[in-house]
Design a protein around this ligand. Sequence first.
Ligand SMILES: [Zn+2]
Length: 134
Amino acid sequence: MDEIASAIAAQGFKRWYERQLVRCHLQLLLLVLCLMGLLGALEAFGQARQEGRPWWLMALCFGLAGVLGIVALRRYLFLLMRAEHIANQAHCPACKAYGRWRLELGGPVPPSADGPAPLQACCRACPARWPIHY
Ligand SMILES: [Zn+2]
């Protein structure tokens, strides 16, 4: 069982989804802080050059904030898209209940042409079962 399947099995879908949203929005917060760091380093860089102080430290801060911001943006988008992709499949096809499913562990898993084998969802409100691709 992979990371997503074991996390959903342990926490349930709704709690897993909430935690994924919190994780990805923490990345967004980091991105905003990096943007503030970029602007601060840019301003300090200009002042340091005018006053004859070492400017390379500000350039280093600017580069670090830029790299960290890009990593945070990529992580934010990855976590958000993955969580939304799974959440868009969380409707029961029979009774239309949203998010009321559990993983069917040990059941038959149809082969997948690409990517990991889909999760097998089992509705808590009716006997329906459906695959959830991720
Ligand atoms: Zn159902």
